[in-house]
Design a protein around this ligand. Structure first.
Ligand SMILES: Nc1ncnc2c1ncn2[C@@H]1O[C@H](COP(=O)(O)OP(=O)(O)OP(=O)(O)O)[C@@H](O)[C@H]1O
Ligand SMILES: [Mg+2]
Length: 251
């Protein structure tokens, strides 16, 4: 009998999630819940462990210790992957295929039929605002356009959970605003959007944020609550205050 997953179960739960690469502790005992229907921002400087966390949730690498569930399934998730969209930090697209062919390839990998793929492709290319590049080879697109296409490909199977690794890097401000409106439209329909970002002004648009520093989760709350607790005016200052607090506690 299939396990009955309660509706209110978070999209992602981590319990003491730890990943070591030799002497590097990329994640250190992270306890975290990402509720369904939220835009969750995972923030932290270079090397904080953001991409490692996403790779663990996708089952691309195994934890050293600790555990996690994704859409109710223990790592490595298999069934949950069919309901998960992933946009990697390094855009993974095929330069020798056209934009439409790339999206169709992702659609077929997820078992979509030709009609569904054609419908979704049109809608997604309008969303990321490159409908006129549909039949161009991806190798002829600009860097930002490739990122837009990569987001469209991650969405082709209408996933319940989106894991987006720095989706707005290299994307112009106007389209970035469009992406944000879209993320909130998705969560209004019960989908969960997890994004990593360095941009603190973007972080304040998230429903919840997790602050990662050298593999440790310093805080997980609403942006407003984090600012209030640290008496900071913005999340940049809040982050610095939390880092200071943690290193003082360690002394
Ligand atoms: N496959 C690997 N082998 C060895 N070390 C790794 C590997 N993957 C990640 N690391 C190390 O783990 C740490 C966390 O890396 P990770 O890529 O998760 O950081 P990040 O928060 O995504 O950083 P960025 O903002 O630069 O993308 C870094 O010190 C990195 O060098
Ligand atoms: Mg990264």
């Amino acid at each position: 009998m299939a396990a009955v997953v309660p509706l209110e179960e978070p999209a992602i739960v981590c319990r003491g999630l730890t990943k070591r690469f030799g002497t590097i502790e990329a994640l250190r005992g992270v306890d975290l819940a990402v509720p369904r229907g939220a835009v969750f921002g995972l923030l932290g400087p270079n090397g904080a462990g953001k991409t490692t966390a996403i790779r663990l949730w996708l089952g691309l690498t195994r934890p050293t210790s600790g555990s996690a569930t994704v859409l109710g399934e223990e790592l490595p998730p298999r069934a949950a992957l069919a309901r998960t969209g992933y946009m990697p930090q390094e855009v993974a697209v095929y330069g020798d295929l056209t934009v439409a062919e790339n999206i169709a390839l992702f659609g077929r990998l997820h078992g979509l039929g030709d009609d569904a793929i054609a419908r979704r492709t049109d809608a997604l290319l309008r969303l990321v605002d490159i409908p006129d590049r549909r039949d161009d080879l991806v190798s002829t697109l600009s860097g930002g356009m490739r990122r837009r296409m990569s987001l469209a490909a991650a969405l082709v199977h209408n996933p319940d959970l989106l894991l987006l690794d720095e989706p707005t890097v290299g994307v112009d401000p106007e389209l970035r605003a469009t992406f944000w409106r879209f993320f909130h439209r998705l969560t209004a329909r019960g989908k969960t959007v997890l994004i990593t970002t360095h941009y603190m002004e973007e972080a304040s648009r998230c429903d919840l944020v997790g602050l990662l520093h050298r593999g440790a989760l310093l805080a997980r709350d609403t942006p407003a609550a984090i600012k209030e607790r640290t008496r900071a005016e913005n999340l940049d200052d809040a982050f610095l205050a939390l880092v200071r607090e943690t290193s003082e506690a360690r002394v």
